[in-house]
Write a protein that binds this ligand. Structure first.
Ligand SMILES: [Zn+2]
Length: 376
């Protein structure tokens, strides 16, 4: 700041010459106009309207003028600063409006864009089918039970009335983890379970009757992987133990299951006599073909690929629990009876969804699983 000088003439002070004031004002207004965005405008504001801007400095010079010169110089500088602040405010409004418009455009949500550009994968159809079957039975009051996949031979065979020389117990049919150890007197080996039936034995031993359980799970047999076989597959087994259960209860339960799974009126089952060690009497269970509902039988004009025009599809084995199995599992056969039913999930998936090659189910290719959707 200049020292007070009583003989100061504002016209003579360089910073307060009218032309200089105008130049400062015009430079400021031009700088604001040139600012392309709010950040540039903030810089221009500091340079041209801040405390150290030329006009502010000039304003301080006024104080050093003699009184008679102050008014005129003050008016001139004040008008210039007023014009500068007005230009600044106007540009501020302009640039804020531009920014708001730009943000609206840039941040607009395009609702037509695909929302799933990162593939979500898919649950395996074997899993969803097993859960769906379990849902049908839990709705009827059954509990889901599970057990170990590496199982004592006793649970897998002996408790289920498989005689010691039953062919299923041979090494060529069953994966043995550990054979029976004759030297230690341990007659029971360890196997990868060949069916989910040992879970039934465990359920009867663990629970007091009545027992209503469904046992979905993975089982193992020494099959080569091909279009119709796999060494690892899935079963669902059903066990009901209660007072007074009969084959009629079993039949009604199976009819309900196929109606829930395949939908609609006319879905029913039939039983054909068979033999299984753990049920007596035993039966193969067929369900009516869910595609032609039996109408392809004897009707060459309407052949059915699903059932081969036979009208029925074989689903699995069932029967009344053998009293010997009840005894082995601590259930009094004089008081209680039970029924059991089991079937393969892979096979059901094949005919339910026209899957022709079982290898597709185990290869883990998401292109196979995705069309089944994300059934929850
Ligand atoms: Zn059919």
């Amino acid at each position: 700041m200049s020292a007070p000088n009583k003989s100061y003439d504002p016209v003579e002070v360089e910073a307060l010459k009218p032309a200089e004031i105008e130049r400062m004002r015009d430079e400021a207004v031009a700088a604001f106009a040139a600012a392309g965005d709010l950040e540039a405008l903030a810089h221009a504001k500091t340079a041209h309207a801040g405390g150290t801007s030329p006009l502010s400095l000039a304003n301080r010079e006024i104080g050093a003028l003699p009184p008679q010169a102050k008014a005129e110089a003050g008016k001139r500088v004040g008008q210039a600063r007023g014009a500068v602040n007005k230009a600044l405010a106007a540009r501020q409004v302009e640039l804020e409006a531009e920014r708001d418009t730009r943000v609206l455009v840039e941040e607009a949500v395009d609702v037509t864009l695909p929302y799933d550009r990162v593939p979500a994968g898919a649950r395996h159809p074997l899993t969803t089918l097993m859960e769906r079957i379990a849902d049908i039975f839990t709705a009827m009051g059954y509990a889901v039970a599970d057990g170990p996949e590496v199982e004592a031979e006793w649970y897998n065979f002996d408790a289920l009335n498989f005689v010691p020389d039953h062919p299923a117990r041979q090494m060529q049919d069953t994966f043995f983890v550990q054979g029976p150890d004759g030297t230690s007197g341990d007659e029971s080996g360890v196997v990868l379970r060949t069916h989910t039936s040992p879970v039934q034995a465990r359920a009867m031993l663990d629970r007091e009757p009545p027992v209503y359980v469904i046992c979905p799970g993975r089982v193992y047999r020494t099959d080569e992987l091909d279009a119709t076989h796999t060494p690892v597959f899935h079963q669902v087994e059903l066990l009901a133990v209660d007072e007074g259960l009969t084959m009629a209860d079993l039949k009604g339960t199976l009819d309900h299951m196929v109606q829930e799974l395949f939908g609609g009126e006319g879905m029913k089952t039939r039983l054909r006599p068979n033999f299984f060690p753990f049920t007596e009497p035993s039966a193969e269970m067929d369900m009516v073909c869910y595609v032609c509902r039996g109408e392809s039988v004897g009707n060459p004009d309407r052949p059915c690929r699903t059932c081969g025009s036979e009208g029925w599809i074989e689903l699995g084995g069932c029967g009344m629990v053998n009293p010997k199995v009840l005894v082995a599992c601590g259930v009094d056969p004089e008081k209680y009876s039970g029924f059991a039913f089991g079937f393969g999930i892979e096979r059901m998936l094949m005919f339910r969804h026209n899957v022709e090659d079982m290898r597709d189910m185990v290869e883990g290719d998401v292109r196979f699983t995705r069309p089944f959707g994300m059934e929850i």
